[in-house]
Unconditional design. Structure first.
Length: 259
């Protein structure tokens, strides 16, 4: 059951042989983060920046052959949560003209803020989804480590990512064992059994973690994950960052000067 998971490929979508997938993870992290940062720094008056960022991300998705359906499905995991909070802003913030909607009052400043938050959230979410769809999670962590992100944070994220699959396998085995014993909870009276199963799962997870750690130490683990090949920035990586961030940065500066 444990061999069914391939942690290194989880989340990757589109065409793995595309030019975007083949880029150094550092280039994709820097380039897509730059798109998000440029969008976040813009205001609604500089709406061409939002449009340009969206077009640039769509172009990257097209080159990577990541379908709109994939972007939409994965974006729905994060974006609605942000918009659910932002939707109250027009009713809470004051400023500018106001409109009465029943017993509620909508302000112009609130609508402007809601528009900015929605645009920035959509672009940031799309950039994150593209990064996850074109780069495996271990590769992203390698890129962050080479970009001088604190090693402790990278190590915690790496171990968490790898150990989640171990926990998932353990949970599936316990579920199969419970079903084989005809455990079918149909009322709250059987919550006690569920609590005992949860306790057993936590104990097994801790014991499994100890075994995994000892196995890692026996294989020479010294606090850093081994890598087959070192990362090397090529001309294509530099060109990607320049082509993605350069025009957007120029447009952002132009809108700032024009306003």
């Amino acid at each position: 059951m444990g061999g069914a998971h391939r942690p290194g490929l989880v989340g990757v979508a589109g065409d793995p042989s595309s030019a975007v997938h083949a880029l150094d993870p550092r280039a994709k992290v820097v380039g897509l983060f730059a798109v998000t940062l440029i969008a976040v720094s813009a205001s609604l008056e500089g709406w061409p920046v939002f449009v340009a960022c969206a077009v640039m991300l769509a172009a990257v998705a097209a080159v990577a052959r990541v379908s709109p359906a994939t972007l939409w499905r994965r974006g729905l995991v994060i974006l609605p949560l942000i918009l659910l909070v932002a939707v109250f802003v027009p009713f809470l913030r004051e400023g500018g003209r106001t409109w009465e909607i029943g017993f509620l009052t909508v302000s112009e400043a609130g609508l402007t803020t809601f528009g900015e938050v929605s645009a920035k959230a959509a672009i940031g979410t799309l950039a994150a989804v593209l990064l996850a769809a074109t780069t495996s999670f271990p590769a992203v962590l390698r890129g962050l480590e080479r970009l001088r992100m604190p090693r402790v944070l990278v190590l915690i994220a790496s171990l968490m990512h790898r150990y989640l699959f171990v926990l998932a396998d353990e949970l599936l085995r316990m579920r199969a064992s419970a079903r084989a014993r005809c455990y079918r909870p149909r009322s709250a009276l059987r919550a006690g059994a569920l609590g005992r199963i949860t306790g057993a799962f936590l104990l097994r997870a801790h014991a499994r973690g100890e075994r995994v750690h000892r196995a890692m130490l026996a294989r020479g683990y010294t606090g850093t994950m081994p890598h087959d090949e070192p990362l090397r920035l090529a001309r294509a990586d530099v060109a990607f960052v320049a082509c993605v961030a350069g025009p957007l940065l120029a447009l952002r500066l132009w809108t700032a000067v024009a306003s």
